[in-house]
Design a protein around this ligand. Structure first.
Ligand SMILES: Cc1ncc(COP(=O)(O)O)c(C=O)c1O
Length: 387
């Protein structure tokens, strides 16, 4: 049981729980990653080549997909998915509670986003809400496995089966997450990944698309590289969304230890759950049945009725105790100016989460003793602001 203390908050001049702040994440490279990149640099073969191919083959196996295609980042991975599966004007069911790219690429592809709310407990897309928003023009559902936690893929696939919808899963935060022990690549039409520097598999910039259909894989490969079927023969208009081999080599090197690091995140999340459950007013993230999260982020919720402060005051006090936090996200997507004119409603759970969530430090080196002390800091702040 975490003990609440009546000590003066660090933000008010008291001593912080951590004299040196805890690391929020550990995005750094190890010497072997640097060496892998160095080998490519020395070879002079900088374009997409053997290392990208190796990453594709290994990532496909690791995520349970038949094909994996490297690309420049997670945003263009989404653009490749929407661009091959859908036609301008199609309606796409999208989460109101996710990172902007999941939906901005829907808009960039000339598709119409239809906003779907989040579930309070897991904060993932609410498939019942999605079902109520299907129209004769709905052609797809895009779902993000947010924070690393898989959405209810069985419910999504059932909805898609009933209405003949394409399914795109945004897996930017969920490398190696599973459902019923199966890789996420087994579900849906296309899965997209980001290897942005802070992601569980971070290469700086980078991305991946996984698919199981051979024709779709071919179409995505074409769209990724100028629609080129043979040298200087372009069958369709495409892009240059290729990855380079320096990035591919860093990806391969980091993939060697990704499962161990993910399992360490899972142990940390279990420990956090125990700690948070012992502090009144703090709510740990719910878990989707059968899912094993990648725990990219550990996102707690505050029961604001129990406190005299708002979320930002709470986290500022926690930061002063040496516990860094982040807010993913400070506004739901329907409140983003970029989507003005495309919003007919503000799904209420998504809107309300934006004022209650905060992310705690999460990485593979976080040990139980540190999480216990983070718990002490949270309990100290909670008791100072308790109603
Ligand atoms: C859920 C989600 N989708 C898409 C992206 C976009 O990926 P990238 O930054 O590699 O373009 C991100 C990255 O932050 C993300 O978190």
């Amino acid at each position: 049981m975490t003990q609440a203390t009546a000590a003066t908050l660090a933000i008010d001049g008291g001593s912080p729980v951590f004299a040196t702040p805890v690391a929020f994440m550990k995005p750094g490279l190890l010497p072997q990653d640097v060496e892998a990149a160095h080998q490519v640099l020395k070879s002079g073969m900088l374009r997409s080549a053997k290392k990208c191919e190796e990453l594709e083959q290994r990532f496909a196996r690791a995520s349970g997909a038949r094909h994996a295609l490297t690309c420049a980042n997670g945003t263009c991975a989404l653009q490749l998915a929407y661009g091959t599966l859908l036609e301008p004007g199609d309606e796409v069911l999208v989460p109101a509670w996710t990172y902007i790219a999941t939906v901005s690429m829907v808009v960039a592809a000339g598709l119409k986003p239809v906003w779907v709310d989040a579930l309070e407990d897991t904060m993932q897309i609410d498939v019942n809400d999605a079902a109520g928003k299907v129209t004769s023009k709905t052609r797809a559902i895009a779902a993000t496995h947010l924070y690393g936690m898989p959405v209810d893929v069985h419910a999504v696939q059932q909805l898609a089966g009933t209405h003949n919808l394409k399914v795109v899963y945004d897996c930017a935060q969920s490398h190696l997450a599973t459902v019923d022990g199966r890789g996420l690549g087994e579900f849906g039409d296309v899965c997209t990944y980001s290897f942005y520097a802070t992601k569980n598999l971070g290469t700086g910039e980078g991305g991946m698309v996984t698919v199981n259909d051979d024709t779709l894989a071919y179409d995505i490969a074409l769209l990724r590289s100028h629609g080129e079927t043979e040298k200087y023969l372009h069958e369709r208009v495409g892009f240059n969304y290729r990855m380079n081999d320096i990035t591919g080599a860093i990806g391969c090197s980091r993939l060697d230890r990704l499962l161990d690091e993910t399992n360490a995140r899972r142990r940390a999340a279990d420990h956090y759950d125990r700690v948070l459950n012992s502090i009144q007013g703090l709510v740990p993230p719910g878990r989707t049945k059968g899912a094993d999260s990648a725990w990219h982020l550990y996102t707690a919720r505050l029961d604001l009725d129990q406190f005299t402060c708002d979320r930002d005051t709470f986290t500022r006090a926690l930061n002063a105790e040496g516990v860094p936090t982040a807010v993913h996200y400070p506004r739901s997507l329907t409140h983003q100016p970029a989507f003005k004119g495309l919003v007919t409603e503000h799904p209420p759970v998504a809107e309300s989460l934006s004022s209650r969530v905060f992310c705690l430090p999460m990485h593979h080196e976080l040990d139980g003793a540190t999480i216990d002390r983070i718990g002490q800091a949270i309990a100290k702040v909670a008791s100072a602001f308790r109603r």
